[in-house]
Design a protein around this ligand. Structure first.
Ligand code: GTP
Ligand code: MG
Length: 198
């Protein structure tokens, strides 16, 4: 998969207002600050296509980025942002849930997980919810540059073990660092494979 063109298309908080040109799309979700927007920039080889910030809660809308005029990468707001007011938090959760369950062109959702942390309930619950709703997803560990290679192995293995308590089999698992650009090809190849089945 070669990304020749990546452009911002539209932002909104209603899946009904998302592009209607029937192009397939792939979404990125996870806790605030986990690195969703950074990963989109890394995959598309751009510095600031998606807006990033050290402060959680930067992405607040559903953002469509058109790739090669053929498909979309979708940057979503983070869940579990403790500092957002309850009302705002609930609003995000509702429109994200509506988007994930009703968007017909959404082929896969990448659930980002901070590789430095032990399995977090909010992420396990979110993936459990995806399972209930039959939303296809993959796991993407982020910020691998912050770990030693033994820590990487240990943390990812313990996460897989925790998942296998809930799941009969694991979804695809990717390890990345937007900082060092590690893990780009496997994700782009996976997207390519899915696109070929359309
Ligand atoms: P929200 O939009 O607030 O939900 O956050 P997000 O998940 O989009 O995170 P974002 O990409 O804005 O990154 C959050 C912070 O983590 C920024 O300071 C990034 O520079 C940093 N970051 C993201 N990915 C990596 C990574 O792979 N390695 C390191 N070291 N830092 C990262
Ligand atoms: Mg973001």
């Amino acid at each position: 998969m070669i990304i020749k063109a990546a452009t911002f298309k539209v932002s909104n908080s209603d899946h009904k207002l998302c592009p209607e040109d029937n192009k397939p799309e792939f979404a990125f979700i996870g806790r605030s600050n986990v690195g969703k927007s950074s990963l989109i920039n890394m995959l598309t080889n751009q510095k600031s296509l998606a807006k990033t910030s050290g402060t959680p809660g930067k992405t607040q809308l559903i953002n469509h980025f058109e790739i090669n005029n053929e498909w979309y990468l979708v940057d979503l707001p983070g869940y579990g942002f403790a500092k957002a007011s309850k009302k705002a938090r609930h609003g995000w959760e509702e429109f994200i849930a509506a988007y994930l369950t009703q968007r017909k062109t959404l082929l896969n959702t990448f659930v980002l997980l901070d590789a430095r942390l032990p399995p977090q309930n909010i992420d396990l619950e979110f993936m459990g919810w995806c399972g209930e709703k039959e939303i296809p997803f993959s796991m993407v560990f982020t910020k691998l540059d912050k770990l030693s290679s033994s820590e990487k192995q240990k943390n990812i293995l313990s996460y897989k073990k925790e998942m296998l308590k809930q799941w009969e089999e694991l979804p695809p698992v990717f390890a990345t660092s937007s900082e060092s650009k590690f893990g780009k090809e496997p994700i782009l190849n996976y997207i390519d494979e899915i696109l070929k089945t359309c």
